[in-house]
Design a protein. Sequence first.
Length: 276
Amino acid sequence: MKAYKIINLIPIFAFYACSEISMPETAQYVSFNTCVSESRATDTSFDKNDKISVFAMIDNGYNTPGNVDDYAYAQNVPYYYNGSNFSAMSEGIELKDKNDKLFYYALYPYDSNIEGQYTFECRKDQSDYSDYTLSDLMIAFTNESSNSQLVDLNFHHLLSKTVVNLEYSDIEVYSVTLTDIKYSVKFDMENNVITTLSNRDDVTMCTNGNKSYKAILPYQIIKKDTKFAMIETNIGTYSVTASNDIKLNLGMIKNIYVNIDSSRGANSVVCTAYTK
């Protein structure tokens, strides 16, 4: 298993899609404007009613940005996206003293069970768009403490977007499933370290437009000659083998290309996958 220090990776994500700045709906609670590096694994912004987990640490002169400990000012407070910013769902984070300055730390998607050592599982059936988006683990934290009622959060992807692009004619494809693939991670919030776990299972992909399928997965390497996918079609099932090592990197998109020769039939036919 390979562990990655998240803070060291964040500077490589350079492009942002930001929501417009607007005043918080509830004056007594802090609200958040958001940006997403490149785009969320879905589109270029959050969807309405998306939820995040927010933590806050008071600036006491000793703590540092991007760290969460047991003495947090606010622990795992749910916020939802109202179409322009993230607002408190019920009781939000309140600045009890105007002189207080807070560091903020957030995770998408919201989970009431998030704590210091957090295990996250990608959905094993991502064929539904909502299950695909809920597999896109992201992190954001402020580099400076603030006593503002409206705070900017820049989110970064912690997993890989895997895209399988198909080349075929004269057949109909029903689904693409990645087989015996790693799908879970352990995230250490105190030290910002993410580690891919050894758990394996099949993951059904989401449609991604014309002859293309996508899924969110942890960092891993699909080794050369490994059978790693099954393609269900109207004439049978095709097995897919990697022609080279395929590395799924954190925060990156990996395009995989598969040519299906429908003239050879299916079920006993192995297709070869390659990357560019």
